[in-house]
Design a binder for this molecule. Structure first.
Ligand code: ASP
Length: 443
């Protein structure tokens, strides 16, 4: 058994948490490769190291000096190193880091130092080798992960290293300069390393015991999802779940390495297992896996008789949106109707009326109608595909709760029913779906 473990910012926030991390890692011989984030918040008011580093960079650019802000970074790392009783001269390491930040003048390089220093500390504390991510992870000239190169480097670099700590969040660009993933990207590093070393499992240790079936602010008793497929998670994360970086599943998905979300502060919890379809074993006959939603969408509803026989109709409508450079969320359609669902944020400052006018000019519809303040709610579960009556249960629950449905879109995967409701019904709707599927399934 070979495991890659990634520990997030809260797990690395202070010496007490780092001690917990060490116990977890040494608790199993199979936990050989460890990826770490930069220290995160110790409490609600605290500031993440990464955020302070971005501010250091801003100070450098705006004022030409960032030493005052960098003293916060020094204090934090020197405090942790002293608390853990580490022998290395971290003061000297921080001096070098400060000098390099000043020389390189790169936002990415500056931000990456949080993970770099965190990994140096963890490696020494565990007695593992420090292996720098910049020697393994490569981006192409478009800024995308160069998978082949990276895979090969991870494999060869770690081949003869029994146990290692690797900083998350960054690699090198095609010119050899340090480049970061997007925020929260250490999750992707963990996944990339797991694939490169052909791990049996990628453990992602965070500060919650996995994904919840739905937002606990709406349903406080919402339970943890014990098992979810990569595809279901895609449908849910896309709607806003925030435990794992949305892109982190792709490197391991292709090679079918499961991800286990675990809680550093409750290591006895089993967490959520993210598995390929073929490894999914139904535990208790659950029909749905999760419910996720997001507020503030706008639906542009277009009707035209014989739309279905008009060549290029949909393309012409979509090209209006494309011309404005906007992303489309969903495009549910009927025989004579087409709805375009967009995030309202994109439609400010007259963009919405421009789009509607252009659609009128381009395709001469019979009718165009705009519905604003819509929430999208996705009910996800591959248990739905094999069962009749799921949609009926969903819709009758909403009818009973007095919720009007403005839009319905069942993805072709049969994994997901997305509905649009008024923002004001958002919470009520999620609660009604939870009751109809999760509570009722228990009875
Ligand atoms: N430290 C980085 C961030 O705060 C990356 C990570 O933690 O995954 O976004």
């Amino acid at each position: 058994m070979l495991k890659v473990c990634k520990f997030g910012g809260t797990s690395m926030a202070d010496a007490a948490s780092i001690r917990k991390v060490k116990d977890i890692i040494l608790g199993e011989e199979s936990r050989k490769y460890v990826v770490v984030s930069a220290p995160g918040k110790r409490n609600k008011e605290d500031i993440k190291i990464t955020d302070t580093l971005y501010k250091c960079y801003n100070d450098l650019v705006e004022k030409g000096d960032f030493s005052e802000r960098f003293s916060l970074i020094r204090e934090r790392f020197l405090g942790i190193a002293a608390d853990l009783g580490l022998k290395s001269d971290f003061k000297a390491i921080l001096d070098v880091t400060e000098k390099e930040i000043a020389e390189k003048k790169s936002a990415d390089f500056t931000a990456s130092r949080g993970e770099y220093l965190s990994a140096r500390i963890m490696a020494e504390f565990l007695g593992f080798e420090f292996v720098d991510a910049e020697d393994m992870i490569r981006f192409d000239s478009q800024g995308r992960l160069n998978e082949e190169y990276t895979d090969d480097k991870v494999k060869t670099r770690l081949k003869h290293v029994d146990k290692a700590v690797i900083p998350g969040f960054y690699g090198r660009d095609s010119e050899g300069k340090v480049k970061t993933f997007s925020r929260g990207g250490s999750d992707i590093t963990g996944s990339v390393i797991a694939r490169g070393v052909k791990a049996d499992l990628y453990e992602n240790w965070t500060d919650v015991s996995g994904f919840l079936i739905c937002d606990p602010r709406i349903v406080p008793e919402a339970e943890t999802i014990r098992q979810i497929t990569y595809k279901e998670l895609r449908e849910l994360s896309y709607m806003g779940a925030s435990v794992l970086h949305a892109e982190a599943i792709f490197p391991v998905m292709k090679v079918k390495i499961p991800i286990n979300i675990r809680n550093t502060f409750k290591p006895e919890d089993k967490g959520t297992m993210i598995v390929p379809n073929e490894q999914y074993k139904s535990l208790s006959g659950e029909i749905i896996t999760g419910i996720a939603g997001k507020k503030n969408f706008t639906v542009i509803f277009i009707e035209k008789s014989m739309m279905n026989s008009e060549v290029g109709f949909i393309r012409r409508v979509l090209s209006v949106i494309e011309h404005h450079g906007l992303c489309i969320e969903h495009v549910p359609s009927g025989i004579d109707t087409l709805s375009i669902v967009l995030e309202s944020e994109q439609l400010k400052n007259g963009v919405l009326s421009d789009i509607v006018n252009e659609i009128r000019e381009n395709v001469s519809p019979d009718y165009v109608h705009v519905i604003e303040n819509i929430s999208l709610i996705a009910t996800v579960g591959h248990g739905m595909a094999r069962r009749t009556g799921t949609a009926a249960t969903l819709f009758s629950a909403l009818a009973k709760a007095g919720i009007n449905i403005a839009m319905i879109d069942q993805g072709s995967s049969e994994l997901n029913i997305i509905i649009g409701v008024a923002n004001s019904d958002y919470e009520k709707c999620i609660k009604a779906i939870y009751d109809a599927f999760v509570i009722a399934n228990k009875k």
